[in-house]
Design a protein around this ligand. Structure first.
Ligand SMILES: Cc1cc2nc3c(=O)[nH]c(=O)nc-3n(C[C@H](O)[C@H](O)[C@H](O)COP(=O)(O)O)c2cc1C
Length: 169
């Protein structure tokens, strides 16, 4: 797939088969994540890879809209590490860029994925942090559920010219 095809094909997948990802596939996703742009090249992220079914089930319970985690093969929790910040306030944007790289790489590899928002909701951040033992300075940004897709989605076109403004508002 070329890049634009991958962007067009990426959709949130919430149903997965029981086929497992390989460790190599997971590392490919993490390498894609770490190639994302970051403010001042701070790369102030950490990634928690969860494959233990019991922990995936706990995460599914810790988040109100994450039931699909109980059938996902893997979850990557993208975190911002405030000890590595070089300027305050940039880690969520940087984690977002890393997350989108994971979603696009997964699509390109024939995998299904869905971004499950954690930050900035304090209850979700606390609950997810407690499941995986995050220290206070490491902030859970989202959970990305991953697996082989067991659903197909139609292509969509969301281009809306009313939201585009040339030169000024
Ligand atoms: C910040 C953010 C939070 C999201 N949180 C959830 C979530 O908690 N549960 C879920 O099933 N999908 C979640 N999604 C996925 C969106 O529902 C999805 O991207 C949107 O409906 C558009 O569909 P698409 O991804 O298939 O294009 C989230 C996406 C983003 C960017």
């Amino acid at each position: 797939m070329n890049t634009l095809e991958t962007i067009n094909k990426r959709r949130s997948i919430r149903k997965f088969t029981d086929k497992a990802l390989s460790q190599q596939q997971i590392e490919t996703l993490l390498k894609a994540a770490m190639l994302a742009p970051t403010a001042r090249n701070a790369q102030e992220w950490d990634f928690i890879v969860v494959r233990d079914r019991a922990v995936l089930n706990k995460l599914a319970k810790a988040h109100p809209y994450a039931q699909m985690l109980s059938t996902a093969d893997c979850a990557i929790i993208v975190c911002g590490n405030t000890h590595r910040e070089t300027a305050a306030g940039y880690w969520p944007g940087d984690c977002g860029a890393a997350s989108q790289n994971i979603l696009l790489a997964a699509t390109d590899m024939g995998l299904g994925s869905v971004w499950l928002g954690v930050y900035p909701t304090p209850e979700r951040m606390n609950a997810v942090g407690a499941v995986i033992g995050l220290p206070e300075h490491v902030k859970p940004f989202n959970i990305i559920a991953l697996g082989y897709p067991d659903e197909k989605k139609e292509d969509v076109d969301r281009f809306d010219p009313a939201k585009v403004h040339y030169e000024k508002w």
